[in-house]
Each structure stands twice: as structure tokens, then as C-alpha cells.
Design a protein around this ligand. Structure first.
Ligand SMILES: Nc1nc2c(ncn2[C@@H]2O[C@H](COP(=O)(O)OP(=O)(O)OP(=O)(O)O)[C@@H](O)[C@H]2O)c(=O)[nH]1
Ligand SMILES: [Mg+2]
Length: 630
């Protein structure tokens, strides 16, 4: 046997353990702690929607593989993500090794809810250990658990863990080291679980709780006190609206300084590089194409990070499911299930994880409607486009009471996306003839302070994703746009800037026939086409187009005043309306196709979004022209 083959065989025999438990009990936090990975952890149910595998080495030197799975309340799966969990543990997934052992993770502050799943999994007959997680919180709240007795009752080791503390997994490692791994042990069929009536399981849970859990003091539940205010029928929605409003204010007012720094830096660098080069196409490619195009997208990094700073804090402290609860009435009114909240919220980062998160929705029609409206939520790729146009056309004015006009307009654009999504949902629900309402079943997690490390990691992830896009898709497209915009050159005696005669110019002029009624000139049309691949590219493309149209060395910084001078206000408003609706993202459409299993819905989505975009821009443009002229 060759050495490689030997290694492969050994790897195949590395025992596989699965982390199982209710949603939001800390499985992923524990997985990250064991393996050193950085999977997403947040304080609401349904964060993990796919299986994730990792590996680690026990202190004894023995390697183990470990699976993180979506949370489930029961093994009789109700949602597509729960089904993944059930199938993986029961060894029903084709081509996938069934786990050799299970680490059942439970939330120590809510054993009553968590134990049902433990008892169900136990009937599968796999070697098991119970990780009693969040014992730090339980101790603070005065919940005492007799772990020795619990272990005796369940017939498995019970280990206390704190998944968010360094070293909080040590005891678990020791328990795993003592675990017998026998590849011959196979899970019992799932029918073994269904054979036991639910009532019997629940009686058993009550008996175990009575025997092992005691409250030593009543500390007065802080989460409940906060909820009395935050979920108040009148105060609740007002607090939510104020919170959101403040976030958008911050996006503009805090970002000014770091944006100026980046802008200045890029400009300076562009000039420096340009100085050393002689006039010619190469210099133009570097100064206008790369520094002008890429730089104009890069300056939006601070705004993206500020927005996510707030979203991540709200996510980690446990406020988001409360927001879902508050909005449930409104969402129910248009026929969306409250479960749609998390997928829609994820879509503010990017519609792709949002569409995937719709897997947590039980009813197939509800799921489809949620997928169809996910791209109407304002994703972070739209932020640069909005911010650029707002900076150019909306004066930076205080409206009194510290309200900034630019922030207000941004807030309105986000709101426009949400309101139209509700309208579209209502329409789809009616035409899909969905019946029945599903009451929102939400577990409201306890509030806790955001973990700084989580926050820093989350921001770093966002920054990385953005910078990767800038360095790959956006850079490539910028170079392509520069070529298309520079060749062929202007003919003798040309009256327009050279770009007018280039391939991109011809394309833009052809398209502008279609887009003239909504106020887009050929320059905007040039930017719309590459903007299909990634929305932010439109900003970079405008940067290149205007840098090439103008006479001087115009790089990143001067784009806003340039477009302010070349567009009318109705055109700017029309372009904003376009970006609220247009399906300017091919990757979203391809994920929709994958998640719905048919190209039909991707086409339907593209069709309805283009139609809405054109209609909204047309109305905006014509109305604005009527009132403002231009
Ligand atoms: N105080 C404390 N917080 C914890 C502990 N373990 C996890 N958390 C927090 O609990 C929340 C949920 O953690 P996750 O790891 O995302 O939970 P999960 O089980 O993977 O959740 P799903 O993927 O939704 O099923 C996060 O806010 C964590 O920071 C712990 O031991 N102590
Ligand atoms: Mg998880």
C-alpha cells in the first residue's frame, strides 16, 4: 500500500462526531471553539442552515472530525434545514458517512425545551455525550443543575461547557477522549423515534427536570423586564423605527472622515503613479481605469462597515427576533410568515444568503414568496450607488433636531424597498392562492452583551468580502470597461469626447433609446451593463466614463461633483428608483434557480423586477420633471 493510500484510509477512519441540539443553543460557537473555524454565530434561531465539517486533535493526539448542523427542536423535521439535520444523523444522506457519535448540545437555561430532542436522539442508539452549554448564564440566573444525577438519569456523560470562553470546551475534550468509537455501531432507523408517543417523551422530560434542576434564587429576569418595554404594543414599534433611523443617520455622519481619508489616499496614489508615466494609453488605463474606477468603489467601505457594525450588534444582543415579533402583524397582513423575517434581514447584507436562509420556512409557498421578494431588500452593493447619488444631489443639510437630510433620503430608499416587497408579497400570495396562516413560533433568546470578538470578526468578514469583490470582479470589469471605452478612438474633427465614439459609447447610445423616457443618457447606460454583474460596478464604471469624458485628471474624488454637473435632478431620482427595483445581480438569479430547483422562478423574478424598475423610474422621472423642470 502506498503512503498516500495509507493516509487516505486512515483519514476515512477518523471518527466523526455530530453536534446536535436546539436552535441557538451554541453549537456553532462550540464548533468554532473546537476547530478554530469562524462560522457565523448569532443570537437567534436558524443561523446555521447547512452542514459544516471541521476537524481537531484531542490532547492525546487522536484526530476527530466534527459536524456542525442546523438546530432542530425535534427529529421529526418540519423545515428543510431540520431535514438536513435529521438525515445526517440517521445516516440517510447519500454518499455521506453517518456520525460515529453525537455531542448533544443543550442550553442550560432552558433544559425543559431542550431535553425532548436529547431523548429522541438517544433512541438512535449512538454513543452520546451531553454538552451542558451556557452554564455561565445559568449560574448567573441562579439555576442549579445536578449534573451527576442528570448523567445518571440519561445514562451518558454530562459535561458543562461555555462555548464563548477560551478553555470553555476543555472538559468536553476530556470526555471525547474517553469515548469508545466503534465503527460497527450504526444508528437505529428513525421509526424507533416515531414509535414513542410525544406525550410519553414529555412526561419523561418533566420527571428528569424535577429530579435535577432547582432554582436557588429568583434574580428577577432582566430579559423579561427589557421585553416589557421593547415589545410594548405602542412603544415597541416606535423604538424599532427610531433605532433604524439612527443607524442610517450614522452611516452618513460617521463615515465622512474615513471616506475623505480613503479618497485622499487613492487620489494621492493615482497622481503619484501618473506623474512617473508619460502621457498615453497605459497611463490612462492606470489613472482613469484603475484608480478612477476601483477607487470610486473603495471609498464606500466605511459606510458598509458602519451599517454592519449596528446590524451585528443587534444580531448578537438578541434584539432581532424581537423585531421579527413586532413586524409579524405587518408581515402577516401581506401573507408572509414571521419566519420570513430572518431571511429578509439577511438580504440587507446580500440577497444570496437571504434566499438560502428561506430554507427555514416550512410552507413551500411561503418560502417561494420570501425568495421572490428577498432581492428587494436593499443589499450592501446598492449602498455605494445610493451614497454616490445622494452625495451629489442631496445637500448635506441639518433639518433641525440633528436630523441629516442625506441620512433621511437613504432611510427612505431602504423603506421603499421594504414597502414594495410587502406589496409584491401580497400580490404573489394572492396569485399563488396560498391558504392558511402559520402562527409565528419564535423562541425569544435571552439578551446578552455583544461579544466584542464576534463583532470584530463579523466586521472583518464584511470588509474581506467587499475588498475581495473590489480586487476581483470590480477590478476586472473596470479594466474591461476602460478598453471598451477607449477604443476605437475619436475620428478627426470630433466634437464629443473620445469615449462617445468607442465601443462602450456606441452601446450606451444604442441603449439610451430605450432608457431616454426614464431620463438615462448614454453615460449611465454604459454603466448599467457591467452593473448587472455586480451593482457597485456601476459606480466604478461611472467613474471611468466621466474620467474619460472630462479633460483633466479626474480620479475617484471628483465623481460626485462631476455627475452633479452633468445630470439633472429628475435623472438622479430616476436612477435611484431604478436601483431600488432592478435585478442588477446575476448571482442572485442563479441562486434562486438553485434553491427553487427551476429556472422559471429566476426568470419570473428578473421579469417582474425589471418591469417594476422601469415603471418606477418612468413615474419618478416624469413627475420630477413636471415639478422641478429639467
Ligand atoms: N454566555 C454564553 N453565550 C453563549 C454560549 N454559547 C453560545 N453563546 C451565544 O449564544 C448565541 C447562539 O450561538 P450559536 O453558536 O450561533 O448557536 P447555534 O446552536 O449554532 O444556533 P443555530 O445555528 O441557529 O442552530 C450566540 O449569541 C452566542 O454568542 C455560552 O456558553 N455562554
Ligand atoms: Mg449554528
Amino acid at each position: 500500500m502506498g503512503a498516500v493510500e495509507q493516509q487516505v484510509r486512515t483519514a476515512a477512519r477518523t471518527p466523526l462526531i455530530a453536534l446536535l441540539g436546539n436552535p441557538n443553543c451554541g453549537k456553532t460557537a462550540l464548533f468554532n471553539r473546537l476547530t478554530g473555524s469562524r462560522q457565523k454565530v448569532a443570537n437567534y434561531a436558524g443561523v446555521t442552515i447547512e452542514r459544516k465539517e471541521g476537524s481537531f486533535i484531542l490532547p492525546s493526539g487522536k484526530p476527530l472530525r466534527v459536524l456542525d448542523l442546523p438546530g432542530a427542536y425535534s427529529l421529526s423535521a418540519h423545515t428543510p434545514d431540520e431535514a438536513i439535520t435529521r438525515d445526517v444523523v440517521a445516516g440517510l444522506r447519500a454518499g455521506e458517512q453517518a456520525p460515529d457519535a453525537v455531542v448533544c448540545v443543550v442550553n442550560a437555561t432552558n433544559l425543559r425545551l431542550n431535553l425532548r430532542l436529547v431523548l429522541e436522539i438517544q433512541r438512535l442508539g449512538l454513543p452520546m455525550v451531553l454538552a451542558l452549554n451556557m452554564v455561565d448564564v445559568a449560574k448567573k440566573r441562579g439555576i442549579e443543575i445536578d449534573t451527576a444525577r442528570l448523567s445518571q438519569e440519561l445514562g451518558m456523560p454530562v459535561i458543562e461547557t461555555v462555548a464563548v470562553q477560551a478553555g470553555g470546551e476543555k472538559a468536553l475534550l476530556a470526555a471525547l477522549a474517553a469515548m469508545p468509537f466503534d465503527h460497527a455501531v450504526k444508528a437505529q432507523p428513525l421509526s424507533a423515534i416515531d414509535a414513542v408517543p410525544v406525550q410519553q417523551t414529555q412526561r419523561e422530560v418533566r420527571r428528569i427536570i424535577d429530579a435535577t434542576v432547582s432554582f436557588d434564587k429568583d434574580t428577577g429576569n432582566l430579559s423579561e423586564q427589557i421585553d416589557a418595554v421593547v415589545l410594548h404594543p405602542l412603544a415597541g414599534p416606535v423604538i424599532l423605527a427610531v433605532l433604524m433611523f439612527l443607524v442610517f443617520q450614522a452611516v452618513f455622519s460617521w463615515a465622512a472622515v474615513p471616506m475623505d481619508l480613503i479618497k485622499g489616499g487613492v487620489e494621492h496614489l493615482g497622481v503619484l503613479v501618473g506623474q512617473g508615466m508619460s502621457e498615453g494609453p497605459l497611463r490612462s488605463l492606470i489613472v482613469e481605469g484603475i484608480f478612477g474606477g476601483v477607487g470610486s468603489v473603495l471609498v464606500f467601505l466605511p459606510q458598509i462597515l458602519i451599517l454592519f457594525f449596528f446590524i451585528l450588534i443587534l444580531e448578537d444582543c438578541g434584539y432581532l427576533p424581537r423585531a421579527a415579533f413586532l413586524l409579524d402583524r405587518m408581515m402577516g397582513g401581506v401573507g408572509l410568515s414571521g419566519r420570513a423575517f430572518i431571511p429578509l434581514l439577511s438580504s440587507f447584507a446580500c440577497a444570496i444568503p437571504g434566499v438560502m436562509a428561506a430554507r427555514t420556512i416550512q410552507n413551500p409557498r411561503d418560502r417561494l414568496v420570501t425568495i421572490m421578494i428577498a432581492p428587494l431588500m436593499t443589499c450592501s452593493a446598492r449602498l455605494p450607488v445610493y451614497a454616490l447619488i445622494i452625495a451629489a444631489f442631496i445637500p448635506d443639510r441639518k433639518l433641525g433636531a440633528g436630523i441629516n437630510l442625506q441620512g433621511l433620503v437613504l432611510f427612505i430608499l431602504y423603506a421603499a424597498g421594504i414597502v414594495s416587497a410587502m406589496g409584491v408579497a401580497w400580490f404573489f400570495k394572492r396569485s399563488l392562492k396560498a391558504r392558511g396562516q402559520h402562527p409565528l413560533m419564535l423562541e425569544l433568546p435571552a439578551y446578552h452583551w455583544p461579544h466584542l470578538q464576534n463583532l470584530a470578526l463579523g466586521l472583518w468578514e464584511r470588509a474581506k468580502i467587499f475588498l475581495m469583490r473590489v480586487g476581483t470582479v470590480i477590478l476586472t470589469l473596470m479594466i474591461l470597461i476602460w478598453f471598451l471605452s477607449s477604443f476605437p478612438g475619436a475620428p478627426e474633427g470630433a466634437t464629443h469626447p473620445p469615449i462617445y465614439y468607442s465601443v462602450a459609447g456606441m452601446l450606451g447610445r444604442a441603449l439610451s433609446v430605450i432608457f431616454a423616457p426614464i431620463g438615462f443618457g448614454w453615460q449611465i447606460c454604459i454603466a448599467l451593463v457591467p452593473g448587472m454583474a455586480a451593482r457597485e460596478v456601476a459606480v466604478g464604471a461611472l467613474g471611468t466614463v466621466y474620467a474619460l469624458s472630462a479633460s483633466g485628471d479626474d480620479v475617484a474624488g471628483s465623481l460626485a461633483p462631476l455627475i452633479a454637473a452633468s445630470w439633472t435632478l429628475p435623472t438622479a431620482l430616476s436612477l435611484l428608483a431604478w436601483y431600488v427595483f432592478a435585478p442588477q445581480c446575476l448571482s442572485t438569479l442563479s441562486v434562486v434557480r438553485r434553491e427553487t430547483g427551476s429556472a422559471r422562478y429566476a426568470w419570473l423574478m428578473a421579469g417582474y423586477m425589471f418591469a417594476l424598475a422601469y415603471a418606477a423610474s418612468f413615474i419618478t422621472y416624469q413627475v420630477a420633471r413636471h415639478f422641478l423642470g429639467g
